[in-house]
Ligand binder design. Structure first.
Ligand SMILES: *[C@@H]1O[C@H](CO)[C@@H](O)[C@H](O)[C@H]1NC(C)=O
Ligand SMILES: *[C@@H]1O[C@H](CO)[C@@H](O)[C@H](O)[C@H]1NC(C)=O
Length: 333
């Protein structure tokens, strides 16, 4: 049996794209929220095309020459904060390794770390193309979801799951409160409605509007007149391999994992920089056969090739190993 996940229980899917992207780089860069800043405030885990840099703008798809994503015409960049373990008694931090999201069709397909990206037209089992037109993002488009400063759940589409074997467990708004034998799974769903005019906005969110009102992969309710353009529903999923830290988490004590900005679970956020080549994403959204295995003219590459795409580390600092402070953060005594 090829589909091992809980999603195996739904009808055959043909409603969008789902594909792995390997890790491109882990460093303090953030061309959306802190363009030009090198280093940016906190460490990010970044996947996608090699045009990624501190000041990137314009038509990324025309400039990049390789991508860590399986869909080889996708030079977009996708990133989130990085998860760290904060030792409960001595206060040292350690980066949590990233695992490819399992199970993808045929396992992780050779992805290294990274995350899984979805572009859905409707939901996981239907495309409904006859009823709603999905408009792909234009070159230069970017957006964020969530906020490092959030003190409560800022968006219904930001969630955690505590992995145990093949079981992903319930959707949680905050970090799991006890060790997860299979790691911590995070999902970031982006808003589905665009104002149709602005490639970005001052807060990187106001040009978008969220009409999704429940978690999981549901079709977004209709867009408002202020943000009338229905775009693909973009989601990232990531698996953080927290398992080697579980023995250092004393029973009954609070969650020891923090985001790279010393943040709690509600501060989870994600950034998207559109970079599909030409009209490739629009072509994918206009088809009904696109899912898992790509679709017709939408090109794929083997993950062995994707894994060779790299960018240099330009921020010269240690982000891995045991650290006395998170990179960019004051040491807490
Ligand atoms: C980022 O890439 C752009 C476009 O290739 C280039 O003009 C710019 O100098 C680069 N910026 C940095 C900080 O490397
Ligand atoms: C904290 O504990 C870890 C795991 O035992 C250890 O590797 C690290 O060096 C310790 N940090 C300090 C400051 O002692």
């Amino acid at each position: 049996m090829k589909f091992l996940s809980a999603l195996a229980l739904v009808a055959p899917v043909q409603a969008g794209l789902r594909f792995p992207c390997s890790t491109l780089t882990i460093q303090r860069l953030d061309p959306v929220v802190q363009p030009g800043m090198a280093p940016s405030a906190h460490v990010h885990h970044i996947v996608g095309g090699n045009a990624f840099n501190a000041t990137m703008t314009g038509d990324v798809g025309a400039r990049a020459t390789c991508t860590t994503c399986q869909m080889s015409e996708d030079f977009s960049n996708y990133w989130t904060a990085h998860l760290y373990f904060k030792h409960p008694t001595n206060g040292s931090y350690h980066r949590v390794p990233v695992l490819p999201v399992q199970p993808l069709l045929g396992g992780s397909q050779g992805a290294q770390g990274g995350l899984t990206v979805y572009y859905t037209q409707f939901d996981l089992s239907r495309d409904n193309l006859a009823q709603q037109k999905i408009t792909a993002f234009p070159p230069g488009f970017r957006m964020t979801v969530g906020a490092p400063t959030a003190e409560s759940r800022s968006h219904i589409g930001l969630n955690y799951q505590c992995l145990t074997g093949q079981n992903r467990g319930a959707l949680l708004a905050n970090f799991p409160t006890a060790p997860c034998s299979g790691g911590i799974f995070t999902a970031h769903h982006f808003p589905p409605c665009w104002d149709g005019k602005n490639l970005d906005s001052a807060d990187h969110q106001s040009h978008m509007y969220n009409t999704v009102n429940s978690d999981g992969f549901i079709n977004a309710p209709a867009c408002p007149s202020s943000h009338p353009v229905r775009v693909p529903q973009v989601t990232f999923e990531q698996t953080w391999d927290t398992t080697k830290f579980n023995s250092m988490w004393p029973s009954g004590t609070p969650n020891p994992f923090v985001w790279s900005f010393e943040g709690n679970g509600y501060g989870t956020h994600a950034d998207y920089m559109f970079g599909w080549k030409g009209d490739a994403l629009q072509r994918a959204m206009d088809k009904s056969e696109c899912f898992y295995d790509g679709c017709g003219s939408i090109q794929k590459q083997s993950m062995t090739v994707a894994n060779q795409c790299k960018i240099p580390t330009t921020i010269d600092e240690e982000t891995d190993g045991w650290l006395s402070a998170l990179p960019g953060m004051e040491m807490k005594m």
